[in-house]
Design a protein around this ligand. Sequence first.
Ligand code: ZN
Length: 144
Amino acid sequence: MLIRSNRPLDKLQEPVQVDLLTSLGMGDIYDQFPWPLPNMKACEGDAIWRYRSHYNFCADVWLDFQLPDGRHATLILSYISHGHNQRGGFAVLVHRSHYPQPSLVEYFTWTACDHAYKEERTGRCQHKLTCTKCGATYAVDSSD
Ligand SMILES: [Zn+2]
């Protein structure tokens, strides 16, 4: 498993990797990679590209692995941990039954917690969303 962070290779990178691995339910990079991903849901590819073309990411994972049914696949996972994607992000699964041509590409969202956000107004155009399950929070300015 290869992890790339958007931060320079200094001490800032390690906390991102720990957050990512913890969100995946892994204690170490050598632990069994979880499949399916935590709270994984199918989504449209457009959702991923729309997000990635507007916002930054915390880390990306590239993993070549065998699905439980024996099919060979490449997983490109983005750790976003922003907005509704707190402690999660997106995943692109590329099936490789006709290598090197992708035979099927699937898109997913995933999060460590199946968040249930409660919204409260904190200002004229400002709202704070808090997950009632894990306590994750983020703020939204609706004046944008
Ligand atoms: Zn949550």
